[in-house]
Design a protein around this ligand. Structure first.
Ligand code: G4P
Length: 550
């Protein structure tokens, strides 16, 4: 990407068609976009479901028995060697594929809660979410946190109860647990049918049809086949054991009488969650779910900006950066800014306003991703995510626009909860360390501060989760050639402080307080306990305390 000096707006490269035809095309492309993320507690089966959706979308082929799954799945969604070693998913990727006439953008998020911030930001780029539950565990801690983030933004949430191929909680209990625990109404669209041999099919309440699965011998490497039969078809009694049939009929009667009615508007407002039962491992119920999901989930909708609501079909291009990733390709040491397009058509090489710096930039060599594979993008549409090669101009939360200086403002920011002093193993590598710290903190995973010491400014890193430190330490060593040690500090509560300089000085000298500076030179106080932080905030010291940088 090149940054240009001019500050006057110039029109983007025009489409080669009449304005009417361009508007029609924009409308059609918007209507077929589905941009979503899967939210779940680790181990619920997100990786497995992601693979299956990619398989249905023809984006990957799972050949034969998928035995080396753990090794394989890193090939499709993770980048870093560290991730492979630890078996955790650290970075988020974006996967685009076609399915049933839709262009699907699946935003992958890190599974581990130490990377929550990255996940929260990715959810801002999504238009809907699939909440994946383990049928034995129901709602778990991490699901709850991510659900809350979606609910606050009124993102439509679809529930998929996974692992139904093995015994779990009773479906009625799962249904009532989700409703009471998360405070959202659910509409079970499919209902599991469990026979003597386990999970044998689902009843689809929308179509009144029973789907009986046929077991494949390839451990889920191909699509599940099913036989469909109407609930009222007398043959169904011959196909199901009597007790299974009777239980199904009585459960369906109960659901019809007691559960909420299906209301698509309520789904789109985030008040009602369509619920599905299935097994990502055997593929049972996955395809039926995905079809419905693509039908009911919203296409990109208008987004709030500082200039009011921006409709995706507005011909002006707008978008925002929700993620920065340095060194995605270790061979090229590049820095990629992930931009979610909010409106208008994107053409490679177009010039847009970088709103924060009020300058014009050219978005050249944009890329789309399928895990490690990248392809050059010539055009993209609202809902799509493009990767822009960047040399350090773009930051998380930045807006890009051909519609004047508007900003999309709802990128969440969080104060760090853990701090560590960085001790370089090789003092001669200080320059590499500074570059690494700058680039890695620009990704938004951690923040860098400096403490005054007799030896000069010492870098201190703050992060939401401790695992971030391991990732940073590894990357500083492997990507920047700056080996170092991270020495955790006992301070956990940061506040940015504004007010008279003398009062800041006085406060900083109190015991249990550590004074740092952020990269812009703003003073930040670290407190050793929540109590001392509250005490400082409530005292009349003439200072103002802020949770994030003011
Ligand atoms: P995650 O990304 O949410 O952490 O979950 P992942 O897909 O890695 O799945 C976690 C474990 O649950 C894996 O088993 C996976 O095979 C299993 N699993 C996923 N979906 C289903 C399902 O529908 N039914 C059943 N029975 N199991 C499922 P693992 O033993 O940890 O790994 P692996 O050796 O199978 O790779």
């Amino acid at each position: 990407m090149q940054v240009e000096s001019t500050t006057t707006a110039t029109p983007s490269s025009p489409a080669q068609s009449s304005p009417e035809a361009a508007a029609d095309q924009l409308e059609q492309e918007v209507a077929r976009r589905r941009t979503f993320a899967i939210i779940s507690h680790p181990d619920a089966g997100k990786t497995t479901l992601t693979e299956k959706l990619l398989m249905y979308g023809g984006a990957i082929h799972l050949a034969g028995a998928v035995k080396a799954r753990r090794a394989q799945r890193h090939v499709t969604s993770d980048w870093m060697e560290l991730e492979r070693k630890r078996g955790i998913s650290v970075t988020s990727s974006v996967m685009q594929f076609e399915y049933a006439g839709c262009k699907v953008n699946l935003l992958d998020t890190p599974g581990h809660q130490d990377f929550s911030e990255d996940t929260y930001r990715t959810l801002v780029a999504a238009d809907s979410a699939v909440m994946l539950l383990d049928n034995r565990k129901g709602v778990e801690e991490r699901t709850r946190q991510l659900f809350e983030v979606c609910k606050r933004r009124r993102v439509p949430i679809f529930t998929f109860v996974n692992k139904c191929d093995r015994a779990g909680e009773k479906p009625l209990k799962l249904l009532s647990d989700v409703e009471s625990d998360l405070g959202i109404a659910c509409y079970p669209v499919t209902w599991p049918i469990v026979g003597e041999n386990g999970f044998i099919g689902v009843y689809d309440r929308m179509h009144g049809a029973v789907e009986l699965f046929e077991r494949a011998q390839d451990h889920g490497a191909s699509r599940a086949r099913a036989r469909a039969i109407h609930l009222k078809d007398p043959e169904l009694r011959n196909l199901l054991e009597a007790t299974v049939y009777d239980r199904l009929v009585s459960e369906i009667e109960l659901l019809d009488a007691a559960s909420h009615a299906f209301d698509l508007d309520a789904v789109l407002r985030g008040d009602l969650s369509p619920m599905y039962f299935g097994s990502a491992l055997t593929n049972f119920g996955v395809e039926a779910f995905f079809h419905d999901f693509l039908e009911f989930a919203p296409a990109p909708r208008p987004r709030e900006s500082t200039a009011g609501l921006i409709s995706p079909t507005d011909p002006s291009f707008t978008g925002f950066v929700f993620k920065i990733q340095a060194n995605m390709d270790p061979k090229h040491r590049d820095r990629i800014a992930f931009v979610r397009i909010c409106s208008g058509r994107f053409d490679a090489g177009m010039r847009v306003m970088h709103v924060r710096t009020a300058s014009q930039i050219r978005l050249s060599s944009p890329q789309q991703f399928l895990a490690r594979d990248r392809t050059a993008v010539e055009e993209a549409w609202p809902g799509d995510v493009i990767g822009i090669m960047d040399r350090g101009t773009l930051r998380i939360g930045d807006s890009l626009s051909t519609a004047g200086p508007l900003e999309f403002s709802d990128i969440p920011r969080f104060p760090p909860e853990h701090f560590a002093r960085i001790i370089p193993s090789d003092p001669l590598k200080r320059k590499q360390l500074d570059t690494g710290l700058r680039e890695l903190t620009e990704e938004g995973a951690a923040q860098v501060f400096y403490a005054d010491t007799a030896a000069g400014p010492t870098p201190i890193v703050g992060a939401i989760g401790m695992l971030q430190f391991d990732v940073m330490q590894y990357r500083l060593d492997h990507e920047y050639g700056a080996p170092c040690r991270f020495e955790p500090l006992s301070y956990q509560h940061p506040r940015w402080v504004t007010g008279p300089k003398a009062a800041v000085e006085l406060e900083a000298r109190k015991s249990g307080h550590l004074r740092l500076y952020d990269t812009k030179g703003n003073p930040v106080l670290l407190f050793d306990s929540e109590r001392s932080m509250r005490w400082a905030e409530e005292r009349d010291s003439g200072l103002k305390f802020h949770e994030v940088a003011p």
